[in-house]
Design a protein around this ligand. Structure first.
Ligand code: PBG
Length: 335
């Protein structure tokens, strides 16, 4: 029995649950807009809002519209956005050089958002999949994803993003050694303030399906990502990934996907006590939307409950497609 806990009826756990005020008084965790990083998808063009079939309610936005939406997000108190591009198929190559083109879609979006909304943080993904004709996060040679050559490409990509004004770089590629290589390159190039939020424990997951549609990597991906992303059977391995990324210079770490990996979130936070994030990924979003769309769950309650789970597990923040909507809900809840 927990310290100080008496048996029934001296202890009646329901006493503190009896009213909204007493529940609020003893609640152990709070959810707030500052907990959210909002992932958005961008496309070329103007005035464009393109729906994503597997993510109802999430759209690909042209930069002008993205800027407007990010302004709104900042007004709700969301501290950071993560930008993902869907680039033209003709720019996707085996060597992925569009990833470090200083004027690529993501770099232009970053500059536009930094200029128009200077008080929000901008995060970019370092990984080659939106730029690759193979759909992989690294460079493919003879059917293998080659590590060290991929890291060189990822460093070029990261430096281009830093030059465009990215505040946070989020390497999501799971190549070995990329955090150290990026940290050294950023230091040498004078970008010592750029933060690294490492996708440290990223699992080879079926929950990324809708995202791959969003960035247009679903049709191109050959095979799976199991030689670089983690096996869902493993926990200790996640701790080794996190330990190495911190040692190599990561400022913050992420666990991904989110809800199926709450045990990893909890263990990482407990062992390392560093800023710890979870990514509520596209498949988690799609599941909530599908069940709510069928009238099987209460959508808004399920959204907030799913986000609170991350706080309970010890996460300091959550990447979520619900960032803006959840912030609105929290505001009206507290009003
Ligand atoms: C790319 C990347 C992926 C996600 C974020 N960055 C997909 C993947 O690794 O295949 C997934 C995000 C989501 O599903 O919402 N490396």
């Amino acid at each position: 029995m927990a310290i100080g806990l008496q048996g029934f009826p001296r202890t009646r756990q329901r006493r503190t649950r009896q009213a909204p005020w007493s529940r609020a008084m003893v609640s152990e965790n709070v959810l707030k807009p500052a907990d959210f990083i909002w992932p958005i998808f961008v496309v070329e063009g103007e005035g464009k809002v393109e729906p994503i079939a597997a993510m109802p309610g999430v759209n690909r936005l042209s930069i002008d519209i993205a800027v407007e939406r990010v302004k709104e997000a900042a007004d709700f108190g969301i501290p950071c956005v993560a930008i993902f591009p869907n680039i033209d198929k003709s720019l996707r190559t085996e060597t992925c050089e569009e990833a470090w083109n200083p004027d690529n879609l993501v770099c232009r979006a970053t500059r536009a958002i930094r200029e128009a909304v200077p008080h929000i943080g901008v995060m970019e993904d370092v990984a080659l999949d939106p730029y690759s004709s193979t759909g992989h996060d690294g460079i493919v040679r003879d059917g293998r994803i080659v590590n060290d050559e991929s890291v060189e490409a990822l460093v070029r990509q990261g430096l281009a993003q830093a030059a465009a004004g990215a505040n946070i770089i989020g390497p999501s590629d799971m190549m070995d050694g990329r955090i150290g290589a990026l940290r050294d390159a950023l230091e040498n190039a004078g970008y010592q303030d750029v933060m690294l939020l490492s996708y440290a424990a990223k699992y080879a997951s079926s929950f990324y399906g809708p995202f791959r549609e969003a960035v247009g990597a679903d049709a191109t991906l050959k095979g799976d990502k199991k030689t670089y992303q983690m096996d869902s059977a493993n926990t200790d391995e996640a701790l080794r990934e996190v330990a190495m990324d911190i040692a190599e210079g990561a400022d913050m770490v992420m666990i991904k996907p989110g809800m199926p990996y709450l045990d990893i979130c909890q263990r990482v936070k407990a062992e390392f006590a560093v800023p710890t994030f979870a990514y509520q990924v596209s498949g988690e979003y799609a599941m909530i939307e599908a069940a709510a769309g069928n009238g099987w769950i209460d959508r808004e309650k399920a959204i907030l409950e799913s986000l609170m789970a991350f706080k309970r597990a010890g996460c300091d923040g959550i990447l979520t497609y619900y960032a803006v909507e959840a912030s609105k809900m929290l505001m009206t809840q507290n009003a």
